[in-house]
Design a binder for this molecule. Structure first.
Ligand SMILES: [Zn+2]
Length: 225
């Protein structure tokens, strides 16, 4: 009986607590991609992978315009589900790539909280544009003829090759990763920062196939190298 009372009091306290939580600390509130990240942000980002509705609610809550795309079935393991056009943040993202909603959400968090701060800290300029090798490609991992499908087969990955700064300089993974100066430090900070938001992050440290780009995806396999 006493335990029942304790339980009742506890659940009452939780209910009252939830009512007065600010949205940023309320696990039930949609993720605001423009708010400063906190301990709940990775959990909410993970939840977006399970729930297309929660993912779209996050974009609506954040006031970020997005263009949803129709689902497309595939009997080759290359279906498009819950996709949209990658938001133009920064402005210069060529080719309006198709990506899954969770990848787009991770991208927004990455750009605001990791990419731009790294560019300011190491190079004293913001990033105005990126160069990329695309997102969607109906293929296997490492272009192999057998094996599992790549995250690119469902538009759940993007390959980023270079960053164009507002002052016109361009930092390329191929040319600058192996250097010693500010550009190399920037690229390392970008790789490490990306690991906060994406599932797998693979760059030149992974293998020769990634010497010229960062592969960023939202699959279940976690990697950071
Ligand atoms: Zn890739």
């Amino acid at each position: 009986m006493r335990w029942l009372l304790v339980l009742l009091l506890l659940s009452g306290a939780v209910a009252v607590g939830l009512r007065y939580l600010p949205p940023a600390w309320d696990p039930r509130a949609p993720l605001d991609l423009t708010a400063p990240p906190n301990l709940l942000t990775p959990l909410k980002l993970a939840w977006l992978r399970q729930s297309p509705a929660a993912c779209r609610a996050a974009f609506a809550r954040s006031g970020i315009a997005f263009t949803p795309l129709p689902d497309r079935a595939s009997d080759a393991g290359c279906a498009l589900e819950n996709t949209l056009r990658l938001p133009q943040t920064p402005r210069g993202i060529p080719a309006d790539p198709t990506v899954t909603c969770p990848l787009a959400a991770a991208w927004v968090l990455f750009e605001r909280n990791s990419l731009q701060p790294a560019a300011s800290a190491h190079l004293g300029s913001g990033v105005a544009a990126i160069r990329h090798f695309g997102t969607y490609a109906c293929r296997n991992v490492n272009h192999a003829t057998a094996g599992r499908r790549s995250q690119h087969a469902t538009a759940n990955a993007i390959d980023v090759a270079a960053f164009v700064l507002r002052d016109g300089r361009e930092v390329s993974v191929l040319r600058d990763w192996g250097g010693q100066g500010d550009r190399a430090a920037f690229l390392r900070a970008v790789r490490d920062g990306a690991c906060r938001w994406f599932g797998a992050v693979l760059g030149p440290d992974h293998n020769a196939a990634h010497r010229n780009h960062f592969h960023l995806d939202m699959g279940r396999w976690q990697a950071c190298r």
